[in-house]
Design a protein around this ligand. Structure first.
Ligand SMILES: Nc1ncnc2c1ncn2[C@@H]1O[C@H](COP(=O)(O)OP(=O)(O)O)[C@@H](O)[C@H]1O
Ligand SMILES: [Mg+2]
Length: 530
């Protein structure tokens, strides 16, 4: 077991958190969430002993092996990929080395013999004989081809290195596994493999992630690092979000009787847990929910922007027809027609080709040949990913938003929009050219909302956004009654929004009305047959 007692940390005068008392127990997977800079990575570093807390202590049972996903990509440059994975289990490596040294001795005496026997015993107990093949299986699962297993880390592509380090942390069935943003830079297939691995992992996992799909599939608990505290909740991210929203609504309806509130929550949990048991998720997740004490459900003090795209008018029958569109170096001979209800997610190994396609359809770039035609009822707007040009002017946010408001130009109206997007009174006077990446995207989303378009193009919209904004955007895209053409690296977003998947590899190689989940499943079974 791993436990913190009155744990606290201050950097200089700044308190990251204090009075953290949490026990992390076997079989559970704890998702650690919180804004950038809240202290998630620091918390994991304290637990692993990499840095010292300024108050309280961490208690780790003796004989408990903790494994940490290494962040330093170059630490193993002189080792092969497979050896790097094996090095994840330091004790096993130590035994192997001592054993080899004894066998290499020219004068092997009785004491050596006894020691060797002891080491053989330990070695077998740690599954030493299977170590190499276990390591190879992990690498294979993460899509690291055999041809790279003996390659030196220094010579591997950074994307493959990340996978080797991940395999290293998973190797040898650690009792406690600490992972800081493991799905960053992982492709969809490897992320899916990791989800399945962790769902079947019986020991303790603590994982920092911004990936809602991942948090939903693997977590039994959510640890929220916020306002100098770390609060723990049972259930996965979606459960935490829904219950804390429900509790917040209930808190507003003060006149409601408490029995009524409890009943509402109970019904919610029953529904949630029934849905969960229908899904392919491990039953331990469901069990974790069954044990929930209603008093543990608290309204969250997290704030979500309000994102709603309202089309000014419904789209007619003809929406968009694309014929043999070609932009050299990006895509060739692209043809497709949009149907009335389509919410299309475009996928490609080369994200630039999709950006170019969306840019062409939005009229920002010109294709080399081919044509496309928007229907007469269509008004479209575009959440462009490279938004620098929109933020050159030295104007404050009120004037920035005012540019996109066709009808009402009053300050009250504009401030209302900024407020919805969580810009405070003071922040509304900030200059547009000093905004952070996430703030810029929130402004651009306000522009899209003010366009009242009935077809919206979005190029990787969750980029730079925090979890709350991503969640709000996701809800807005689900509720939108018009058409969407988008691309994203956020699995949950694609899963819950898209009803059609188009894959581009030079040209369109796949185009189907299908959910992302089913698409990935088909792909997975095809890969397995290979
Ligand atoms: N060694 C350090 N000294 C002072 N401040 C630090 C140090 N390490 C991190 N910080 C600060 O502590 C805060 C939390 O960092 P971190 O744990 O990396 O956040 P998160 O992982 O939640 O994004 C950040 O504001 C960071 O700048
Ligand atoms: Mg971090």
């Amino acid at each position: 077991m791993l436990k913190t007692i009155n744990l606290g940390l201050q950097f200089g005068g700044r308190k990251l958190f204090d009075d953290v008392n949490i026990s992390f127990t076997k079989g559970n997977c704890y998702g650690i969430i919180g804004a950038n800079g809240a202290g998630k990575s620091t918390f994991l570093k304290i637990l692993s002993g990499e840095i010292q807390s300024t108050a309280g202590s961490v208690i780790l049972d003796k004989n408990t092996r903790m494994s940490v996903l290494k962040q330093n990509q170059n630490a193993y440059d002189n080792y092969s990929a497979i050896k790097t994975v094996l090095l994840g289990h330091a004790e096993l490596i130590r035994i192997m080395e001592e054993r080899e040294a004894i066998y290499a001795k020219p004068d092997f005496n009785e004491a050596d013999g006894l020691r060797a026997a002891e080491l053989e015993g330990d070695f077998a107990e740690m599954n030493g004989w299977e170590a190499e093949s276990d390591a190879a299986t992990l690498l294979h699962g993460l899509g690291v081809k055999e041809q790279y297993h003996e390659t030196l880390m220094a010579d591997l592509d950074p994307k493959i290195k990340v996978k080797v380090l991940l395999a290293q942390s998973l190797f040898g069935n650690p009792d406690i596994l600490l992972l800081d943003e493991p799905t960053n830079n992982l492709d969809a297939m490897s992320a899916r493999w990791l989800e399945n691995f962790l769902m079947n992992f019986d020991n303790t996992v603590l994982v920092v992630s911004h990936d809602r799909h991942f948090l939903n599939r693997v977590c039994t608990h959510i640890c929220d690092v916020d306002f100098g505290k770390i609060n723990i909740y049972q259930g996965n991210y979606e459960f935490w979000y829904e219950t804390s929203q429900l509790a917040q609504r209930q808190a507003k309806e003060q006149n409601k009787k408490s029995e009524q509130k409890i009943k509402e929550l109970e019904e919610f949990i029953a529904r949630f847990s029934a849905n969960l048991s229908k899904s392919k998720q491990a039953t331990s997740r469901k069990k974790a929910l069954d044990k929930i004490v209603l008093n543990d459900i608290k309204p969250s003090n997290r704030k979500y922007p309000f994102i709603e795209f309202k089309p000014a008018r419904e789209v007619g029958k003809e929406i968009l027809e694309v014929k043999n569109l070609t932009k050299k170096g990006f895509f060739e001979n692209i043809s497709f027609t949009i149907g009335k209800e389509d919410k299309i997610c475009f996928l490609s190994d080369n994200s630039l080709s999709i950006t170019m396609l969306l840019n062409c359809l939005a009229g920002i770039e010109k294709a080399d040949s081919g044509e496309f035609k928007w229907g007469v009822t269509v008004t479209q707007d575009y959440l462009i990913s490279d938004n620098k040009e929109y933020f050159q002017k030295d104007i404050n946010l009120i004037d920035w938003v005012r540019q996109w408001s066709k009808d009402d130009q009053t300050e009250t109206f504009i401030r209302g929009w900024l407020g919805r997007m969580l810009f405070s009174q003071e922040e509304s006077l900030k200059k547009a050219n000093v905004l952070s990446g996430g703030e810029k995207v929130r402004c651009m989303l306000t522009k899209v909302m003010l366009s009242y378009a009935n077809v919206i193009l979005l190029d990787d919209p969750t980029n730079h956004l925090d979890l709350e904004a991503i969640q709000a955007l996701n809800q807005g895209m689900i509720r939108f009654k018009g058409n969407l053409l988008f691309t994203s690296h956020d699995t949950e977003l694609i899963n819950t929004v898209a009803n059609r998947i188009i894959v581009i590899k030079d040209t369109i190689v796949y185009d189907k009305l299908i959910s992302y989940e089913d698409y990935l499943e088909n792909l997975e079974s095809k890969e397995n047959k290979k």
